[in-house]
Design a protein around this ligand. Structure first.
Ligand code: MTE
Length: 315
């Protein structure tokens, strides 16, 4: 981890601007306006000064967000290397425009959609979520996104749409990590349709009020905050509705250690380490450990999805 005094000035600025902006949002109940519009997202979603136009979303935790530095330099994105600081170094030149997302499988409106058309109709929300990695560390991240369910409904899933499968771009030219068989490429993930439609489940396009940095999964990634971080597939190019439980990258690589559900559960240890506690990145020089919460603290919202399911077997 880098120390605080190495933060480049533009990174400090984006964090400070964000904090001031949140204060403003809270006090005025408004979005910011004016400034020079950056065209990173469709115009109507930009507030100016490179900021996204957002509204405060539900479910945010009051815990203090991690710094921009933590969130953008301590990453897992194996397409750009297996080290925590590889993605921010190796994803710098990753080209994310133009970008299109294929919608396929059990739905009325399959097709290839431009990224802009995917997000244009949605209202972007600020949602500060706990982010718990299976490696027993955690962060608090101020994501910008919109409910995945709102997107999925636009394509008219039919009654055979029992699961949703997501796929990341496969492009070894741009993604040096894909030149080695560390995982089966492309990275794939999946949710049940009920999980995908849950209002906590977020299609993420930004962090700290700005468009998503490449290392965090630009231009579009998934976040299911009650599950381990590996469910949060990055740089999505395909969303498929299917009637069969899809294989997922980590489960395919090592089914004994990683399951399809991947719900944060302090009572079910990973075969090689305990999940009872977590190390909050940036918490202090000793990165003190704290108890892990069932469903990462979102039990009230999501426990009912798993009524009757043995969470020790379905890990
Ligand atoms: N998505 C892709 N395509 N490739 C990856 O290697 N890593 C996952 C997930 N999404 C990964 C991915 C893992 S293990 C974690 S913990 C989170 O991304 C990390 O997200 P963050 O770097 O934004 O914190």
């Amino acid at each position: 981890m880098k120390t605080q005094n190495k933060i480049p000035s533009w990174e400090i600025t984006s964090e400070t601007v964000y904090m001031n902006r949140r204060k403003f949002l809270r006090e005025a109940g408004l979005v910011t306006a004016g400034g020079v519009a950056a065209m990173a997202l469709p115009g109507q979603l930009m507030a100016g000064d490179g900021e996204l136009k957002t509204v405060p979303g539900p479910f945010s935790t009051d815990e203090a967000p991690n710094s921009w530095e933590d969130i953008t330099t301590y990453n897992n994105f194996y397409e750009f290397g297996t080290g925590k600081d590889d993605p921010h170094k190796n994803a710098r030149d990753f080209v994310t425009r133009p970008w299109s997302v294929r919608i396929s499988g059990e739905c009325d409106k399959p097709g290839d959609y431009d990224f802009e058309d995917i997000i244009a109709p949605h209202t972007l929300e600020d949602r500060v979520y706990r982010h718990r990695c299976v490696e027993a560390w955690s962060m608090v991240v101020p994501w910008v996104g919109f409910p995945l369910g709102d997107l999925l409904k636009r394509f008219g899933p039919n009654s055979d749409a029992k699961f949703v499968r997501f796929k990341t771009l496969k492009d070894p030219e741009q993604m040096p990590g894909q030149r080695r068989p560390v995982l089966q490429w492309p990275y794939v993930e999946g949710l049940t349709i009920a999980e995908a439609m849950h209002p906590l489940t977020l299609m993420v396009v930004g962090v700290y009020g700005k468009t998503l940095p490449n290392q965090n999964g630009a231009p579009l990634r998934l976040i299911t905050p009650w599950k381990y971080g590996f469910k949060g597939i990055k740089s999505i190019v395909e969303i498929e509705f299917t009637n069969r439980q899809p294989g997922t990258s980590w489960e395919i690589a090592n089914p004994r250690e990683y399951g399809f559900y991947a719900n944060v559960n302090p009572e079910v240890d990973h075969p090689r380490w305990s999940q009872a506690r977590e190390r909050r990145i940036g918490a202090g020089i000793f990165d003190e450990k704290q108890p892990t919460l069932m469903f990462n603290g979102y039990a009230e919202e999501v426990a009912e999805l798993y009524a009757g399911l043995d969470l020790r077997k379905n890990y």
